[in-house]
Design a protein around this ligand. Structure first.
Ligand SMILES: [Zn+2]
Length: 283
């Protein structure tokens, strides 16, 4: 069953067992948009079958939040045109001639171009039969694209981060919903994963400027505005401290303890370590 979030938006929740992200439909009077293609054809099919209980129409477009496998590998099968940021095409094209068997994945993990977490989940999602075809987007845009679905619109905005340079946010103003993909995730494909303080603060500014009621990150449940800020308090606080010039993990933890309005989450030390792993750059 799809869960109804708002008048026009229905979603299939994320499933951590094989790292399936949220898939959603934005259903307008005239057109339907699907958010992300799923991590496999099976994932896409599951969503499309569930969507039949909401509307007899198939999606007119798939909006791809970024190139990572769990958001895009479902695209090849349904044959629905996809829309993404300009850099998405080259990012996906690089994956088109790769092999996906265990040996090929292990080799890419060893050479640092693939990460263990993704290789493991690809194995779990596909089993032994790795019939993976990587499809490319049909329509790309640079900074912003608006889709009019009939009574509801999708504003696609480029949101480059170290998680991926082709990340987009999809804002649905009529319903007060913003889909953020994995934009708030760390740079996972870097030799040492990290968070960049300047990017997190830039994302905070963008998110703050959108009068949304619901914030949807791809690997967790949709959050109300209040819960979203509470959930991301430590992330933003640590980014702020780094921006202020803090460079020592213990000093940052002490400042977090002084300033945080909510209880310090268990992974706070991990978040601080990720920020301190960022390559040097000018703020
Ligand atoms: Zn991702």
């Amino acid at each position: 069953m799809l869960t109804k979030l708002t008048d026009h938006i229905f979603y299939l929740p994320a499933d951590a067992r094989t790292d399936r992200p949220i898939l959603a439909a934005i259903v307008g009077r005239d057109h339907v948009a699907m958010l992300d293609a799923g991590n496999s054809p099976a994932h896409a099919d599951r969503f499309l079958a569930e969507l039949q209980t909401i509307t007899p129409r198939r999606p007119d477009w798939v909006l791809l939040t970024h190139w990572h496998w769990d958001h895009t590998f479902g695209l090849a099968h349904p044959g629905i045109p996809a829309i993404g940021q300009k850099a998405l095409t080259a990012n996906l094209a690089k994956l088109q001639n790769l092999a996906w068997d265990d040996a090929a994945l292990a080799e890419r993990v060893a050479s640092g171009v693939e990460i263990t977490f993704c290789a493991e989940n690809i194995g779990k999602e596909y089993g032994a039969a790795r019939d993976i075809h990587v499809a490319l987007p049909t329509i790309t845009f640079e900074e912003m694209l608006t889709l009019h679905l009939g009574g509801v619109t999708c504003e696609l905005r480029h949101l480059p981060t170290d998680h991926s340079d082709d990340s987009i946010a999809v804002y649905v103003p009529e319903d007060g919903v913003v889909f953020l993909g994995d934009a708030l995730g760390p740079a996972l494909y870097a030799p040492t994963p990290y968070y960049a303080a300047d990017q997190i603060l830039r994302l905070r500014d963008l998110v703050e400027s959108l009068p949304a009621r619901w914030f949807v990150e791809s690997h967790s449940a949709p959050l109300s505005r209040e819960d979203f800020w509470a959930d991301n308090e430590i992330l933003i606080l640590v980014a702020t401290l780094i921006h202020e010039g803090y460079t020592d993990a213990d000093a940052i933890m002490a400042a977090v303890a002084r300033r945080a309005a909510h209880p310090i989450p268990e992974d706070a030390a991990e978040v601080i370590a990720l920020f301190l792993s960022a390559p040097p750059r000018t703020l």
